[in-house]
Design a protein around this ligand. Structure first.
Ligand code: LLP
Length: 416
């Protein structure tokens, strides 16, 4: 559930703010987030985990704006990061480094050192060379790094191949068959302390079966490790819970957590989740202005001022994202349009073959754009990245200014 709804007069609202007012004030393209939605989604996970010891580690990659991270930190959230940059963001936002888990296949020595200085909760290690590097870095600092090993359970998450991560052919994690041997090796390294087991099998999953299959495999592994004298304190099941973009019916966090909790009964394990999309996607929209309507030979184009550099999901994954008018009561003729941006690429589209009743100068909203929207934005075609506004009831807050053009070349240098 989210707080983007139409008012009776046809105006789209973000909580109690009319989107038409926000675009008039802040311009377009404009990301608009709802505080109540973000908090509701985070609390749904927290409540779903309930009485079981748990930590919700929000996946910063979904949306790393400091204001968003700060709101989650105020709720007591942990964070899942994949770079030193994301750790710096969490800290700048007032997040607690001691609730941070560090995922990713390519951690550099500098990133490890920084994370150890900040005393993060756990490194989610993805390979043996990484274990060795971390052991060496921690040793050189006179520290012990807490680790979990990311297990690749070889499960088909049934999602897009680019965002499916738990299959054998993916670069992520360690094959489950090799896990006991790698855990024993980790336990033998003096500057590492084994604390957890983790996995992440993919993103935008709309069924719980693959999650439960993965959990079963990990629990069996945890038993095997216990028998070998390696005690595991936490099970991190990753992120991946899907959201409703179109007509998907993803499970509610409580359905997912209830099924997991049944499996965890009588085990002394802290349960960890790393949700990104499920918290942020439907907490945000991307508002854009219709610049031109253009009739092609066999298609009509709505050319808008947002482009693939602002929101790359449709271009990159052929993702379908709902596009709706900011005022649905305007008297317009309906037509089917490809909604495209100004970037010089055929792949620059936000949606294809959408029925819309619009005229130039109208505004559209791309829904479910709060996750992997701004965080994947670029400056391609020398376009400054969009402004971001976070709405709290009737009050909008500008949480990121539109980039001034000169900032695009701020770090470039002419030859002498
Ligand atoms: N944990 C790990 C280790 C991950 O790799 C990811 C996402 C998450 C948690 C969060 O997953 P979520 O709950 O958001 O599904 N850019 C793509 C999604 C890439 C997801 C990568 N990993 C998209 O726009 O669909």
């Amino acid at each position: 559930m989210d707080y983007f709804n139409y008012r009776e007069d046809g105006e789209l609202l973000a909580e109690q703010c009319a989107v038409s007012g926000l675009v008039a004030q802040y311009g377009t393209p404009l990301y608009i987030y709802s505080r109540a939605t973000i908090e509701r989604h985070w609390k749904a996970f927290d409540a779903a985990a309930g009485e079981v010891p748990h930590l919700i580690c929000y996946a910063v990659k979904a949306n790393g704006n400091l204001a968003v991270l700060n709101l989650l930190a105020r709720l007591g959230s942990g964070f899942d990061i994949v770079s030193g940059g994301e750790l710096a963001r969490v800290i700048a936002a007032g997040g607690d480094a001691k609730k941070v888990v560090f995922s990713g296949v390519g951690k550099t020595e500098a990133e490890m050192r920084y994370a150890l200085e900040q005393d993060i909760l756990c490194f989610n290690v993805e390979s043996e060379p990484e274990l060795e590097r971390l052991n060496q870095v921690a040793g050189s600092m006179g520290k012990v790094a807490r680790i979990s090993i990311r297990i690749n359970p070889d499960i088909d998450a049934g999602t897009h191949p680019y965002i499916s991560t738990g299959l054998k052919q993916n670069k992520f994690g360690i094959p489950i068959e090799r896990a006991p041997e790698v855990y024993k090796y980790a336990a033998s390294l003096p500057h590492l302390q084994v604390t957890g087991v983790d996995c992440h099998i993919g993103s935008q999953l709309t069924e719980i079966a693959p999650f439960l299959e993965a959990a079963d495999k990990l629990l069996t592994l945890i038993d095997e490790l216990a028998a070998a004298g390696i005690k595991i304190h936490h099970l991190d099941v990753g992120g991946g819970l899907g959201v409703n973009y179109n007509d998907e019916t993803p499970p509610h966090p409580s359905e997912y957590a209830t099924a997991l909790k049944q499996k965890l009964q009588d085990r002394d394990l802290t349960l960890m989740f790393e949700p990104g999309r499920a918290i942020m996607a439907n907490a945000g929209i991307l508002a854009t202005r219709v610049e031109y309507l253009k009739a092609g030979e066999d298609r009509h184009f709505a050319i808008v001022d947002a482009a693939m550099n602002d929101l790359i999901r449709p271009s990159l994954y052929s993702a379908w994202m709902n596009i709706i008018p900011v005022n649905r009561a305007l008297p317009r003729d309906a037509q089917r349009y490809d909604v495209v941006g100004p970037v010089c690429e055929t792949g620059d589209f936000l949606g294809k073959d959408r029925e819309l009743a619009i005229a130039p100068g109208d505004y559209l909203a791309v829904r479910s754009a709060g996750a992997y929207g701004f965080s994947m934005a670029s400056n391609y075609n020398a376009r400054s990245r969009a402004a971001e506004v976070l709405v709290d009831g009737e009050q909008p807050h500008l949480i990121r200014e539109r980039e001034p053009l000169a900032s695009l070349w701020q770090f470039e240098h002419l030859l002498p």
